[in-house]
Structures are given as C-alpha cells and as structure tokens.
Design a binder for this molecule. Structure first.
Ligand code: ADP
Ligand code: MG
Length: 136
C-alpha cells in the first residue's frame, strides 16, 4: 500500500548561512521527496519558542530557541512515500558525530545544536509543524 505523507523540513541558520540550501534540496529531490512549498523567513525568539515548545523542559531549550531565531531559515513542506521517516533517515542522528555516512547532518552538521536541518518526527507533529509555518 502506498503511504504518501507530508512532513515539515527546516534548513537551519547554520546551513542557510553557509549556502547549503540548494545542496540539501537536491538530496530531497533525488530521494523522491517533492518540495511542495518553500519559504525563507527569520523567526523571532518568541516564535522559535512556540515552535520548539515540546522541548521547554530540556536544559538546552533557551539556547535552541535563540539559535533557531538567530538568522534566516528555510521552511519546506516535503511530500512523498513515507516522507516523515524518509526525511528523518536522510537527516541522520541529532548529533552529527553519531550520524551515518551520507546523511545531511553527517555531511553538513557542525555540532549537536548546529545540526543543519529539522524534520518532523511523527504524523501528528508533521501536521502541527506544517500548520505553524504555512497555514496562517
Ligand atoms: P531532532 O532534531 O533530531 O528531532 P530533538 O527533537 O531531540 O532532535 O531536539 C531538537 C533540537 O534540539 C536538535 O535538532 C538540536 O538542535 C537540539 N538539541 C537536542 N539535543 C541537544 C543537546 N543535548 N544539546 C544541545 N542541543 C540539543
Ligand atoms: Mg525532534
């Protein structure tokens, strides 16, 4: 059975700053993830805090929100077969040092916080995160 999904991807400030957006988008396209929407924006720290509020009890929350709002990001809706899991696999582990070869974070991530990309981790979160960026 086919399972076409949509997921939210973000190219984070460290990767936008290093002009990696086109290279990262090519990886999605090569792996049969369509980019339905794409926009470059800069979030306020309040908006970033809202986006990442599932992490509000974590010790790294404040830095995380400051970081996501530190520069322009590119938010995208990706669509394809098993898009949520497929994107997570293409991204690699949260810590670039632990990510598999040829994953985006292994190739481009600088550190656990500056790890170049975000991707939704479940259908519920994908829907919420797509709404956050594209349905207002
Ligand atoms: P992922 O982005 O792989 O889904 P999480 O949802 O666990 O990872 O965390 C969200 C983001 O918070 C990560 O992408 C990373 O930027 C940051 N982060 C996670 N764990 C840490 C940590 N231990 N120290 C600093 N930043 C972290
Ligand atoms: Mg996550």
């Amino acid at each position: 059975m086919s399972n076409i999904e949509q997921t939210l991807s973000i190219i984070k400030p460290d990767a936008v700053e290093r002009n990696l957006s086109e290279k990262i988008k090519e990886i999605f396209l090569k792996n049969k993830l369509k980019i339905l929407e794409s926009k470059k924006i800069k979030l306020s720290v309040e908006e970033a805090s809202e986006f990442y509020k599932v992490h509000q009890t974590k010790p790294f929350y404040n830095n995380l929100c400051k970081y996501l709002s530190s520069g322009p990001i590119i938010a995208m809706i990706l669509e394809g077969e098993d898009a949520i899991l497929k994107n997570r696999k293409l991204m690699g582990a949260t810590d670039p040092k632990k990510a598999d070869e040829n994953t985006i974070r292994k190739m481009y991530g600088l550190s656990i916080d500056k790890n170049s990309v975000h991707g939704s981790d479940s259908p519920d979160n994908a829907k919420k995160e797509i709404d956050f960026f594209f349905n207002n």
